[in-house]
Design a protein around this ligand. Structure first.
Ligand code: B12
Length: 474
């Protein structure tokens, strides 16, 4: 069968200013559909002009099945893309997957999807999607035997039981050649995304992944990871972002990955990854090895320097661990993107400013400052709802950088203005400029693309007290 897989174009402001990431899920699905002709379209490459590239590939490739992937803030776009495709070709079978579809398939709001979607794949998709495609190919309507599938009967969804978590040793490598173009970057490096594990056993209240993987952590075999990295290098890609939720959970496995990267001479590529502060702080020798393996950027979920806020959010770290992790990364020349979250129920202007200042004192190279966001089906959503602290339920605004809450002391506008003015002032803070690794890595790009855009965006944000909406032509 001819299968077109489409990743949504929506991105949060901060992301646009520093990276364009390919969707890993869809090339993983493509690698697990032997015998089928699969193409992957990352619409982020084409935004805001989406109609032409979609119409072109429908005309030239003529897919029978279209699979669509979206996070919660991208799902509105998914529905519009799906309806646009239907307006061009009534026969196409439309299938949705990914976070929002998994979280909300059984929610009444899914009733609004039946005009355009035929199937929903919940959870990990490699096996469910393969079984669904072969059932469609055989024209069999025996869908009730496929775990993890929701299928439409008229305007009703029928939900099959959950699929157990996949055996990662049985998942084929991603088919990265299924993408027509490799136009992705971090700064001035060409970029691709890979994974060495899935899942995280922690229970942070704002996180959605336990609805995908429960609290189970699974590792991919080291040989498989190396084979995947060799595929990426063979395409001439310079840098790889590891999308693991918690690559520092199994320290032994991460050591083995670094050793294998070095042993296979793959440390001529640049590595970026998300890490936990606690994982690094307790394992300084790991950071030594990360440097040898050519890790250059670490996205660290510090989240807060306030013990009560960390406790409140069940985030297993402490201000001391955060400081230690930051110190180790700087010592080993790994740039720090500091993740921090503001807008906890008791936050006021002073506490948010203090938080931001304390995160800045970790001397990061960039600050990824988000508002506490009540993503669907998270513990934090229940708690904020119970206190009527959620000010907006339109999930298309849930990109982490738009404020959808208030606190007991700040309105949504006040909280929004508070963080955006701190973000604006940061650009001119000598402490964030002169020791900044990104300045050294890509000076011109960092000034023109990152800093200038950050200033323009946040001037607009502070003056208008609202996040700019990015419109697409669909
Ligand atoms: C990599 C990543 C990023 C990257 C790049 C994302 C991108 N390409 O845009 C960066 C760091 C930029 C990022 C940013 C954000 N992210 Co992010 N991110 C991830 C992360 C860690 C990995 C995603 C991934 O590649 N997983 C590996 C692949 C193989 O798994 P998968 O995507 O789940 O796909 C599988 C299934 O979902 C399913 N599937 C998926 N799509 C489809 C489609 C079809 C047709 C089918 C059949 C099946 C299917 O099958 C796949 C294979 O099993 C996830 C957490 C996670 N582990 O998934 C968070 C996650 C997706 N991000 C999240 C969020 C909220 C964001 C932000 C909006 C805010 C923030 N927290 O930073 C921003 C903004 C994103 C943007 N685009 O601007 C949330 C989404 C929650 C929700 N309800 O939507 C997650 C779940 C994190 C969390 N802790 O809750 N993110």
């Amino acid at each position: 069968m001819k299968i077109l897989l489409i990743a949504m174009p929506d991105t949060a402001d901060y992301i646009d200013n520093i990276t364009r990431q390919p969707n890993l899920a869809l090339v993983s699905l493509a690698g697990n559909l032997p015998g089928h002709d699969v193409r992957v379209l990352d619409l982020v490459v084409h935004k805001p002009h989406l109609r032409q590239p979609i119409a072109d590939i429908l005309k030239t490739f003529r897919p029978q099945i279209v699979g669509l992937s979206a996070m919660s803030f991208q799902f509105d776009t998914l529905l519009r893309v799906s309806r646009y495709i239907r307006s061009l070709d009534q026969q196409i079978i439309m299938i949705a997957g990914g976070y929002h579809a998994t979280l909300m398939a059984r929610d009444e709001s899914a009733g609004q999807w039946t005009d355009t979607l035929d199937y929903i794949v919940r959870g990990e998709g490699e096996e469910t999607f393969r079984e669904l495609v072969s059932a469609i190919e055989k024209n069999s309507s025996a869908y009730d035997g496929i775990p993890g599938l929701s299928y439409r009967r008229g305007d009703q969804w029928i939900h099959n039981g959950e699929r157990p978590l996949l055996d990662l040793t049985k998942i084929n490598l991603p088919l990265r050649t299924a993408r027509p173009s490799q136009n992705f970057f971090f700064g001035t490096w060409s970029l691709d995304v890979a994974e060495t594990s899935r899942g995280c056993p922690f229970h942070c209240k704002f996180c959605s992944i336990m609805h995908m993987y429960g609290s189970v952590f699974r590792q991919f075999p080291v040989e498989r990871v190396i084979a995947d990295l060799q595929n990426i290098r063979a395409q001439g890609t310079e840098a790889v972002f590891f999308s693991d939720d918690n690559i520092t959970y199994d320290i032994g496995h991460f050591h083995d990955i670094c050793d294998a990267i070095i042993a296979n001479g793959l440390n001529d590529m640049i590595y970026l990854t998300q890490v936990t502060a606690v994982g690094l702080a307790d394992n300084p020798d790991l950071v030594v090895k990360m440097e040898k393996a050519n890790f250059k950027v670490a996205f660290v979920g510090f989240e807060s320097m306030e013990p009560s806020a960390l406790k409140e959010m069940k985030k297993p770290t402490s201000p001391e661990k955060n400081r230690r992790a930051a110190q180790l990364l700087r010592q080993h020349h790994i740039a720090i993107i500091a993740g921090c979250v503001v807008g906890y129920p008791d936050d006021d202007w002073e506490s948010v400013s203090r938080q931001y200042r304390m995160i800045k004192d970790l001397q990061p190279d960039s600050i990824y400052a988000q508002f506490l966001t009540p993503y669907p089906r998270t513990r934090v959503r229940e708690e904020l709802q119970a206190e009527s602290l959620i000010t907006n339920n339109d999930f298309s605004r849930y990109d982490g950088f738009t404020c959808n809450i208030r606190t007991r002391h700040l309105s949504e506008q006040e909280l929004f203005r508070c963080l955006k003015s701190l973000t604006l002032r940061k650009v001119f803070d000598p402490k964030m400029i002169f020791i900044n690794a990104f300045w050294k890595m890509f000076p011109l790009w960092y000034i023109l693309t990152n800093s200038l855009k950050c200033v323009l965006d946040n001037c607009y944000n502070v003056l208008s007290a609202k996040q700019k909406i990015k419109h697409m032509d669909i």
